[in-house]
Design a protein around this ligand. Sequence first.
Ligand code: ZN
Length: 410
Amino acid sequence: MTDRLYYHDSFLYDFDAEVREVLDSPRPALILDRTAFYPTSGGQVYDTGWITSAANAKFHVTEVADTEDGRVVHYFEADRDFDIAALKPGAHVRGQIDAARRRDHMQQHSGQHVLSAAFLRLHNMPTVSFHMADDYCSIDLDTPTLTKEQIESAERLANEIILENRGVDIRFVTREEAGKLGLRKLPPTERDELRIINIRDFDLSACGGTHVAQTGQIASILLRKTEKVRQGWRVEFVAGQRAVATARHDFTTLTEAAALFSAHIYDVPQQARKSLDEIRSLRKQREQSQEELAAAQAAALLAETAEINGRKVVVRTLSDRDLNFVKLLAQKLTRLSPRAVALLATTSPQPALVFAQSAGQPFDMGALLKETMTKLGGRGGGSKDLAQGGLPNASGIDSVLKAIAENLAG
Ligand SMILES: [Zn+2]
């Protein structure tokens, strides 16, 4: 078993150790007799850093993991010309933790203990799991409901505990002693000795993670998204420097949005609502104008089209109207006249055809469109009275429509 130096001192960033095993598959890795590197466990993610050999070869520790039998594996990246064979069991090395990353993890994890205790004390909501990601952390609370007031009061209490700068210490107790201490959560392991994180007069938890020495080092906790999950409610939070970075990001985003509206950031929701209302109203007006325009254009087209063999075949390519308008025009044509056949096309933004006939006319627009699509290389279909389809390009549309019209008229 590897001697875990971080169990006793979370602020130990440099240490000496001896190589116990050198692994080279699937990735090069080292097992040492002792380590200050934290391996992923209990919701907290691994440390990174460097290991330097006696011959001054330095490699980057990119991931640290636990084995089932209690060894800590340091996965590393070495220069291509590094000879792993030079690193033998018994060799002396020096380990160095990425201190900024460790401090961030301490702030998040200690922040979680404070926050979980706050939810339990104020609202009797136990934490069932903790998750640490690169940008935010989350806890899952065992509760059927969670209100805005409960979220804000837990956040307030957590930040008061931070401000009071309470001591955070580590102690080791037997399982029996732990049972008497009244821990917030007793771990399910069968291990006889438990490591307890004690936040003075506020929280006692069995935990193997790295923690700050005083709550003031957490600096701040900001609660963010909450969502209903299968077994309760998930609360996302950020602590320490992450809280500041997140608030900075929020402010930048909101400032950008406010500039678009030429408004104060606090007026953005109101401005956005106003704009959405305007968009809805304009959309309605536009729909109405399109209807009126299509009706007027249909009347004009019917007036200028001569009736041949008792029907009016209207052929038109509209280069400045989209498919929706062309469909609307086809409907108006076939409703305004009981004897109309419309062979319409648009060329923008995407070439398309719409074929329609007044109810009672004898042709099959769906079949006619399919046949035309085969000729022009497009896809589409529809009913006996109305059909539409898209084309890959606009070439040949006019002559094909003209030929169909002559065919129908004859
Ligand atoms: Zn913990």
